[in-house]
Design a protein around this ligand. Structure first.
Ligand SMILES: NC(=O)c1ccc[n+]([C@@H]2O[C@H](COP(=O)([O-])OP(=O)(O)OC[C@H]3O[C@@H](n4cnc5c(N)ncnc54)[C@H](OP(=O)(O)O)[C@@H]3O)[C@@H](O)[C@H]2O)c1
Length: 261
């Protein structure tokens, strides 16, 4: 357990709320060392010893480490002074420099978890703007390990790119699952069966990759020269990887250009 006080601005939202629950459940810190804020002023966590406020400056003043987990379009109106504090921003598309300038924080970390924080399965890359001591870095890593795996990246541009990759969480699997099911239905497979088959492939069969190398799996299946090989080769001939590359670049461009309205 750590002694620091953690504040989460927007600590009742999808990401902020999941992180708040996880740091308590995983005993990173006692509930009394957690402060969360929102505008609406209520959340079940407040009944478990977590301090809930609607005044973000009060949250900052009480905290050693402050996570900003509001939507990017709400950042401009936060109006906080975080002099002497470390801020960890989860916001897509807002640069560390813009965060440092607006909050006067002594240190800024940009982190990009995904929706799987809800089930403790997020991958969270994080980036430190300017120098941060190793104790603070280790705290950031431990914090995000409460909701999955995490790793430091050396370039801020990696955060923008990864916003479009791991930051999208279930989006690509959902697209794949929908495409598989829809195409099976077009081919005459009954709807329920098509949906069960597509879900099995994306949710269940992908678990086999947890401990196996994906490229080796593809090579083995292509070498088998069966049904799977024919399907995979059709995808390859139609530039599947190139399409993925374009999709990621498109998302990364939006992240780089900023989402603030
Ligand atoms: N969801 C994802 O998969 C995902 C992935 C990667 C990154 N992100 C980033 O994570 C951030 C949060 O996303 P989310 O999906 O968790 O959003 P969300 O569910 O809408 O949560 C936002 C929270 O912020 C609170 N809030 C809004 N304005 C506030 C203010 N002025 N002061 C204090 N609290 C305020 C809201 O509560 P009230 O309405 O009660 O104020 C709400 O609890 C975003 O910046 C997003 O870019 C999200």
């Amino acid at each position: 357990m750590i002694n620091e006080t953690l504040g989460i601005i927007g600590g009742t939202g999808w990401l902020g709320g999941s992180i708040a629950k996880a740091v308590i459940t995983k005993a990173l810190l006692p509930a009394g060392n957690l402060v969360i804020s929102n505008r609406s002023g209520n959340h079940p966590l407040a009944q478990h010893g977590v301090f809930l406020v609607t005044d973000n400056q009060q949250l900052v003043d009480r905290s050693d480490l402050v996570i900003i987990a509001v939507r990017p379009e709400h950042f401009a109106s936060l109006n906080i002074n975080a002099t002497g504090k470390t801020i960890i921003s989860l916001m897509a598309g807002i640069t560390a420099q813009a965060i440092a300038a607006q909050t006067q924080a002594s240190a800024v970390v940009r982190a990009m978890p995904n929706a799987a924080v809800e089930i403790g399965q997020s991958f969270t890359p994080w980036y430190c703007f300017e120098e941060i001591d190793t104790t603070s870095k280790s705290l950031v890593q431990r914090l995000f390990e409460c909701v999955g795996t995490a790793a430091e990246v050396q370039e801020e541009s990696s955060i923008d790119y990864l916003s479009a990759l791991s930051g999208t969480g279930p989006a690509f699997p959902a697209l794949l699952m929908t495409a598989l099911a829809n195409q099976a239905i077009v081919a005459g497979i009954p709807i329920e069966i098509a949906q069960l088959a597509a879900k099995n492939v994306v949710v269940n069969c992908s678990q086999l990759l947890a401990n196996r190398d994906a490229q080796e799996m593809i090579d083995a299946l292509v070498a088998y020269r069966g049904v799977t090989a024919a399907a995979l080769q059709e995808m390859t001939h139609r530039n599947f990887e190139e399409q993925i590359g374009k999709a990621l670049e498109e998302g990364a461009t939006v992240a780089r250009n900023g989402l603030q309205s």
